[in-house]
Write a new protein. Structure first.
Ligand SMILES: C[S@@+](CC[C@H](N)C(=O)[O-])C[C@H]1O[C@@H](n2cnc3c(N)ncnc32)[C@H](O)[C@@H]1O
Length: 311
């Protein structure tokens, strides 16, 4: 079944905020900011927050979650949306790039009111660094964890994620795939005054290594070429689920996107399932659950009773 071949928009698009053409200033490479264009192209924070709350309810957790951690937070726009959403919400953002964090500070965090700002903390750190308080929900979106290419590295990250989630909490992440993800191709999406280009530049079937770029093209023929570069391993859903379970999560489910009957593309509604379709391009969410009651570890230091065999 055909589905959206868009590999970098996991969420419904924002409502259009287009100005009438006469009042719109035309974008060009020299006047554009790559972080702003990235957010406009691939992030929809309201839908992300909706999904967090829906996953919480659907996994039969009480009330609504309030504490969020956003790994690979970039500009931390999702964390900002989370603290704005409800008065009791708190967010921790973690990213190791000081430049993107500075941009996020100037563009987003500084626009929060005093209460919202007090409930947001952003850390310039590696996601593997321990030391932050546990949260109810941890998110790692837009496939950022694909940068861990070795099995042992991804397992170590998932174990760290497990440690960062409170008992009864959730770890939410996304993944992409489909037959088109194994080909070297460009896909264009025309947005408000610019074109977003997802360039699957290189795929190595032996290692599953991929190199992807994002370019932005403009009506005047200029381009922000390779505005973002991703050197990833294209992990399969089966591998990711196995590793999450190995890291300690008690239940892992894949949420697959429904189909719009008219367009036969994805409809933006994700539901847990054990069966997906062999479509050209798909995006899915994974919901990893940490139980409230954790099984007690067996004390292996106690010697086993010696069995006395009847003589
Ligand atoms: C694909 S962007 C994700 C941005 C945003 N979270 C989103 O959903 O679109 C990946 C981000 O991960 C950050 N990053 C890469 N390796 C990291 C690491 N080991 N620890 C923390 N952040 C890392 C990069 O600096 C970059 O901002």
């Amino acid at each position: 079944m055909a589905r959206s071949t868009s590999t970098r928009v996991s969420t419904p698009k924002k409502k259009s905020t287009r100005k009438p053409a006469s009042k719109r200033t035309l974008r060009s490479a020299s006047t554009s900011d790559h972080h702003e264009l990235y957010e406009l192209s691939v992030q929809c924070t309201d839908a992300e927050c909706d999904f967090i709350e829906r996953a919480w309810k659907q996994t039969r957790r009480p009330g609504l979650p309030s504490s969020l951690r956003e790994d690979f937070c970039g500009t931390a726009i999702a964390s900002c949306a989370w603290v704005r959403r409800r008065k009791g919400n708190t967010a921790i953002g973690v990213d190791l790039d000081p430049k993107v964090l500075k941009w996020g500070d100037q563009r987003h965090w500084s626009t929060l009111n005093v209460s919202e700002r007090a409930r947001l903390s952003v850390h310039c750190a590696d996601v593997m660094t321990p030391g932050q308080p546990q949260v109810e929900v941890l998110v790692a979106m837009n496939f950022s964890y694909f940068l861990f290419k070795q099995r042992a590295q991804l397992l170590a990250y998932f174990k760290r994620a497990f440690a960062n989630v409170k008992d009864g909490g959730l770890f939410l992440l996304d993944a992409y795939g489909g037959s088109a993800s194994h080909s070297e191709q460009e896909e264009e999406r025309h947005l408000d005054g610019f074109t977003y280009v997802w360039d699957q530049y290189h795929y190595n079937p032996v290692t599953s290594d991929v190199v992807n770029y994002i370019h932005f093209r403009f009506p005047d023929g200029t381009e922000l070429k390779r505005a973002f570069a991703y050197h990833w391993r294209l992990w399969s859903l089966a591998e990711i689920q196995e590793l999450l379970q190995e890291a300690g999560f008690d239940k892992v489910s894949v949420w697959w996107e429904g189909t719009d009957k008219k367009t036969t593309s994805g409809n933006g509604v994700f539901r847990p399932t054990t069966r997906g379709e062999a479509c050209e391009g798909w995006i899915a969410y994974l919901v990893a659950e940490k139980s409230v009651v954790r099984a007690k570890k067996v004390n292996r230091s106690t010697p086993k009773k010696t069995r006395i065999l009847a003589s």
